[in-house]
Design a protein around this ligand. Structure first.
Ligand SMILES: [Zn+2]
Ligand SMILES: [Zn+2]
Ligand SMILES: [Zn+2]
Ligand SMILES: [Zn+2]
Ligand SMILES: [Zn+2]
Length: 401
């Protein structure tokens, strides 16, 4: 055995043989390392010698896999005969010198010693060592013990209780109230700040709304003004017949009526207005049309010269009453867009000249039929003119207001 390593073994739970009551086989249950009664023993598989588990663990840390008896060490359970002897031992409590007089069976020793009333414990207040059995009573009276005030919840030593109740506690309460007031002030300040921000935001929103309404109002005023302007313009733009190709035609009633008087031949009459913008509406009634034989109407470019057969003039777009003639740039495309030529004497015709989307519309109030022709402004440059063509004597057209 190595004496040096033996000395270094910690004898934590060491039980000297003289603590055991009665006679027993001391050699059988003595640890070969610490020479005390075996504690939580294990054995060497090779030589079957037993050791306290703490003792052999510490030994193994220094000499791994070596048994104190020089053989190869491998752990096994302690042999049953030894455990049996150990279990029969009655052992004096380690706190016997403090006054504990009980002898405890080997198995119950650890638990007893953990709870034994005769062990020393430190007082939490004065830090003096006292027997566990006296500690509770001592701490009830020890003037170094910390107490918690039920009023202000601060800790003070028992010896300072009088001072605390009479002075410190009041101070403490005052301080706590001060802190509370401070917290409330802060909270109040934050609330005020929030309120202020909310109000400012609301005010700003209202101002925005007012600004928007102001803008809208101005827009509406301008829109109204435009409508009024357009109405004035429309009034001024009211169409009349203005010029004729030949004296076969006669303009009557200050331009409201055109009539063919002389002989049967095609002749053109134009309106006074020039159309370059907006949507313009002209209504006319075919008061007389012999045998429902012929009329043509539409628009053409102002620069196009007057002609007898104005419907075939370049730039003319419009409709004719002879089968289903539809003219695009002076060229006839029969039945264009489904046009059926259903135009008769006494019909009230509405011609809508749209200079914004470049087209003309025909609405026949009797048949309620509608037709539309797109105008290629490169072939029919602005401004446009109303162009009507008559052929038979007494045929007569009236602009209706
Ligand atoms: Zn031992
Ligand atoms: Zn061994
Ligand atoms: Zn005890
Ligand atoms: Zn104390
Ligand atoms: Zn207090």
């Amino acid at each position: 055995m190595n004496n040096d390593s033996n000395k270094s073994v910690e004898q934590c739970n060491s039980i000297a043989a003289d603590r055991v009551q009665g006679s027993f086989d001391e050699d059988l249950v003595t640890c070969s390392i610490c020479h005390m009664i075996l504690w939580k023993p294990v054995a060497c598989k090779t030589c079957e010698n037993s050791f306290c588990s703490d003792c052999i663990n510490q030994w193994q840390q220094k000499q791994p896999n070596k048994c104190p008896f020089t053989c190869h060490y491998e752990e096994r359970k302690c042999i049953g005969a030894i455990l049996k002897v150990l279990s029969r031992l009655q052992i004096n409590c380690c706190y016997m010198q403090n006054g504990c007089s009980v002898a405890v069976p080997y198995e119950g020793l650890e638990k007893h010693e953990q709870q034994c009333d005769y062990q020393f414990k430190k007082c939490e207040g004065c830090q003096r060592e006292l027997l566990l059995k006296d500690l509770a009573q001592h701490q009830e009276l020890c003037d170094q013990i910390d107490l918690k005030c039920s009023t202000c919840e601060t800790l003070f030593k028992r010896k300072d209780m009088k001072n605390h109740k009479e002075v410190q506690c009041l101070k403490q309460q005052l301080q706590q109230q001060k802190n509370q007031v401070q917290e409330l002030k802060l909270e109040f300040k934050q609330e005020i700040q929030q309120l202020k921000e909310t109000m400012e935001q609301k005010l700003k929103n209202q101002q925005d709304t007012i600004d928007q309404l102001h803008v809208k109002n101005e827009e509406m005023q301008e829109e109204c003004l435009n409508v009024i302007k357009k109405q004035i313009q429309l009034h001024m733009m009211q169409e009349t017949f203005d010029s004729i190709y030949s004296n076969t035609l006669k303009i009557e009633e200050h331009g409201l009526v055109v009539v063919l008087i002389d002989k049967r031949e095609h002749s053109e009459v134009r309106g006074r207005n020039s159309y370059s913008s907006g949507i313009n509406c002209i209504k006319f009634q075919i008061e007389k049309m012999l045998n429902n034989e012929w009329i043509s109407f539409g628009v053409l470019s102002q620069s196009t010269p007057m002609a007898s057969t104005s419907f075939s003039s370049p730039s003319f777009y419009g409709w004719g009453q002879c089968t289903t003639q539809t003219f695009l740039n002076g060229s006839n495309q029969n039945g264009y867009a489904g046009y059926d030529g259903d135009i008769k004497e006494n019909d009230l015709i509405e011609l809508i000249i749209n200079c914004e989307t470049n087209n003309i519309k025909l609405i026949n109030h009797r048949s309620t039929k509608r037709y539309e022709i797109p105008i290629d402004a490169s072939k029919c440059p602005f401004p446009w003119k109303l162009s009507v063509n008559l052929v038979n004597i007494d045929d007569r057209v009236r602009i209706v207001r």
